[in-house]
Design a protein around this ligand. Structure first.
Ligand code: ATP
Ligand code: LTN
Length: 333
């Protein structure tokens, strides 16, 4: 880690295939930011098991996500890229932070309420404790910044509260992190229900574009995307959520601003617009898929990345945890 650079931390869960929401809200930022910061990126498999996972699929998706990170441009030489369960300090710090977190705060978390409703047969302690584990992830690395999508804003706030509470109870121990949210694309919405976030574990598969979708599927899903009946292509998320969502997707994938995109499609029909969005997304995703497949064929390389990532992550995390144990009075030999 370079001394003069600030630290940035983020993670993605290996649940299901990733969507273009994850790609835009998280991964593209990770790539852009890796030059400027000391970046630490995790595959959050400990978060993933807060909802039931098939073990074989979880294993396979872990490698697939690692390959995807690299295929999208995250460079394991420049960043620390590792698997959360390879660093035991996460669970250890989460336990300590649990004693600085109130049950009422966790019960109020939007994601907890949503996921409890969706998985009513399995409202487990882990699901409720999810934000504390996330706080532990971030605070172990003394991260200054955390790039995430809009849906994680509340979890970041609670991380800041927990860090401040601990610092005030003892003495400054944790860096209090700031979120980084992109201006366009911090929340990509479902193509079928454009007022709801596009989610990788949502109910309607036609509402989400997965990074693993082939071109025909991508084109079909965009063609069927819900718009409105006024026929005008303009950015107005409140009264035109469908069209505005497509404009955001187009803007990020084409590298053009929203205004440029609106100008480009002035006077054109929705049909033509949707085809253009589909083409742009597909042409970006196809090479990523090819690169991901190539990487997945080289398991030795991927394992090597994980081993090296875990070593580097462990060294940093252990240092913070030792500091914490000392402050709270855990006898160390
Ligand atoms: P799940 O549906 O399994 O809860 P998820 O789609 O929310 O998963 P995560 O692994 O929880 O995905 O999130 C990975 C990153 O992607 C986070 O930074 C999150 O904020 C971001 N993200 C997720 N969905 C979107 C979206 N629709 N738009 C923008 N960013 C998103
Ligand atoms: N909860 C996050 C994934 C995640 C994360 C983190 C993000 C786990 N630990 C630490 C940022 C920092 C999500 O995106 N759903």
């Amino acid at each position: 880690m370079e001394e003069n650079k600030k630290t940035l931390y983020s993670a993605v869960q290996p649940t299901n295939n990733l969507t273009i929401g994850n790609y835009i809200g998280a991964i593209t930022n990770f790539v852009q930011l890796q030059e400027e910061y000391n970046c630490v990126y995790a595959i959050a498999n400990m978060h993933a098991i807060t909802v039931r996972q098939n073990p074989a699929e979880l294993r396979q998706r872990t490698l697939a996500l690692l390959a995807l990170y690299i295929a999208c441009g995250v460079d394991p030489e420049k960043c620390i890229l590792y698997l959360q369960s390879h660093v035991p300090c996460h669970a250890e710090l989460a336990w300590v932070l649990n004693t600085f977190t109130y049950v009422g705060e966790m019960e109020r978390m939007t994601q907890f309420k949503d996921k409890s409703a969706r998985h009513a047969d399995n409202i487990n302690m882990g699901l409720m404790d999810y934000p504390v584990l996330m706080a532990a992830d971030i605070l172990l690395y003394q991260a200054d910044y955390v790039p995430v999508g809009e849906d994680q804003r509340q979890h970041l706030e609670i991380t800041r509260d927990i860090a401040t509470r601990f610092n005030n109870a003892y003495s400054p121990t944790f860096t209090v992190p700031q979120g980084i949210f992109r201006k366009v694309g911090a929340k990509i919405n479902d193509l079928q229900e454009p007022t709801k976030k596009m989610s990788k574990s949502g109910e309607n598969p036609n509402g989400a574009i997965f990074l693993s979708d082939d071109k025909d599927t991508i084109m079909r899903k965009f063609k069927r995307a819900i718009t409105d009946s006024d026929g005008e292509i303009r950015y107005d998320p409140v009264s035109k959520p469908g069209v505005s969502n497509l404009l955001s997707i187009y803007s990020v994938f084409s590298g053009k601003s929203i205004d440029e995109a609106v100008l480009e499609f002035q006077g054109k029909g929705y049909g033509e617009f949707k085809l253009a969005v589909g083409e742009t997304v597909a042409s970006k995703l196809m090479p990523i898929q090819a690169e991901q497949a190539k990487l997945l064929a080289n398991k030795d390389y991927l394992n090597q990345v994980l081993i090296s990532g875990a070593q580097r992550a462990n060294a940093i995390a252990r240092k913070t945890l030792s500091k914490v144990y000392k402050k709270i009075g855990f006898y160390q030999v």
